[in-house]
Write a protein that binds this ligand. Structure first.
Ligand SMILES: NC(=O)c1ccc[n+]([C@@H]2O[C@H](COP(=O)([O-])OP(=O)(O)OC[C@H]3O[C@@H](n4cnc5c(N)ncnc54)[C@H](OP(=O)(O)O)[C@@H]3O)[C@@H](O)[C@H]2O)c1
Length: 323
């Protein structure tokens, strides 16, 4: 089997989990890591059996043996470091949100196209088997049309100004971090809304602590969505259809199980996994690279544009502005 050499850019919280899934994926090698600190890169390398540790992102992108780079920095850096990788002809898997706004995402996509180099937003949920199963079940039409969707993602993070989520300069706030998942669910289940209403509680720095969203689709079908960083919620997704219901159990964006009720019978379907769940997008990227593709056929550029447009629209409604 062809081997793919992965690089990880930014050695924070999520990078550690992603590294564990690289190690669990056939045909994947955690080849190099880049950090702003050599010590941190060396620790990360040792912990996850990487081959190389670099003291800067620039050194990482210059290593000719790296095939693809996973970007795991705060959102405010996604555009800048994506450009850095693409300039050095490195394929890129960039964490969600792809960037801070539509303009940045457009620029990233245009640059990837110009460089003819693979680029994808790391919307990992899209690739996880339970979520693919739900999409196939809904879109097959066997349960009729969707009548409503309700999805939430709330975490209760202690207020700490040094934490990324409370730092506006690092793109803090709940919408871009966790609110993106309920919006992604509505987008993949229902498509483009006709109208969006939203209200939020902002903190004194102007970041959103929680956000309530109502998306309206043709025939008055609604998606009620909620996100928070000051409230723990179930983090489930309920889909009411004409002939039944589907509940993606907690936490709906992680590998989980799905409860379906149809013809008066309720059944829970398990999707056992031995990984965190990043494995599936890792495999997908490797397949895309092996085929010489420069764009995913699942998390397409169009989907990333749709998602950032939804985020921009909600931000406008709730007055959430970044520099
Ligand atoms: N898919 C998922 O499940 C998931 C989960 C959580 C987060 N995320 C996304 O992943 C990204 C990173 O989140 P995280 O929770 O891993 O963040 P984190 O723990 O704060 O790590 C971010 C890393 O980015 C690097 N960085 C570069 N410039 C920085 C700066 N000015 N301040 C702080 N860090 C800086 C640092 O790595 P070095 O010091 O090594 O350079 C840092 O460790 C975010 O965009 C987030 O939305 C995705």
């Amino acid at each position: 089997m062809h081997n793919t050499n992965w690089g990880i850019l930014g050695c924070g919280h999520i990078a550690h989990k992603f590294a564990e899934d690289i190690l669990a994926t056939e045909g994947a090698t955690l080849y190099a890591v880049g950090s702003r600190s050599l010590e941190k890169a060396k620790d990360f390398k040792q912990q996850h059996q990487a081959h190389k540790a670099y003291a800067s992102y620039e050194e990482l992108v210059k290593d000719p043996a790296v095939d693809i780079i996973y970007i795991a920095t705060p959102h405010t850096y996604h555009k800048e470091v994506t450009f850095l990788c693409l300039e050095h002809s490195k394929a890129v898997l960039c964490e969600k949100p792809f960037a801070m706004n539509r303009k940045e995402v457009e620029a990233m996509i245009a640059f990837a196209k110009a460089e003819k180099t693979f680029l994808m937003e790391a919307l990992w949920t899209y690739f996880i088997p339970h979520y693919q199963f739900v999409l196939q079940t809904v879109h097959s039409g066997e349960l009729g049309a969707i009548q409503s969707v309700k999805a939430d993602f709330g975490i209760d993070v202690p207020k700490d100004p040094t934490h990324r989520l409370y730092n506006k300069k690092l793109g803090g706030g709940g919408l871009l971090d966790v609110g993106i998942y309920p919006l992604f669910a509505a987008m993949t289940l229902l498509g483009t809304p006709e109208a969006i209403a939203a209200k939020a509680t902002l903190d004194t720095n102007g970041i959103d602590l929680n956000c309530d969203m109502e998306l309206t689709y043709p025939n008055q079908v609604k998606a009620h969505l909620f996100s928070a960083i000051d409230t723990q919620t179930d983090t489930t997704c309920h889909i009411e259809l004409e002939k039944g219901t589907i509940r993606i159990n907690s936490r709906f964006h992680d590998p989980t199980n799905v409860t379906i009720t149809k013809n008066g019978i309720t059944e829970t379907i398990d999707f056992p996994v031995t990984v965190h769940g990043y494995h599936y997008e890792i495999v997908h990227c490797q397949e895309m690279l092996a085929k010489g593709r420069t764009e995913s056929n699942i998390m397409t550029f169009e989907k990333s544009m749709e998602l950032i447009t939804l985020l921009d629209n909600v931000r406008e409604k709730i007055g959430l502005r970044y520099e």
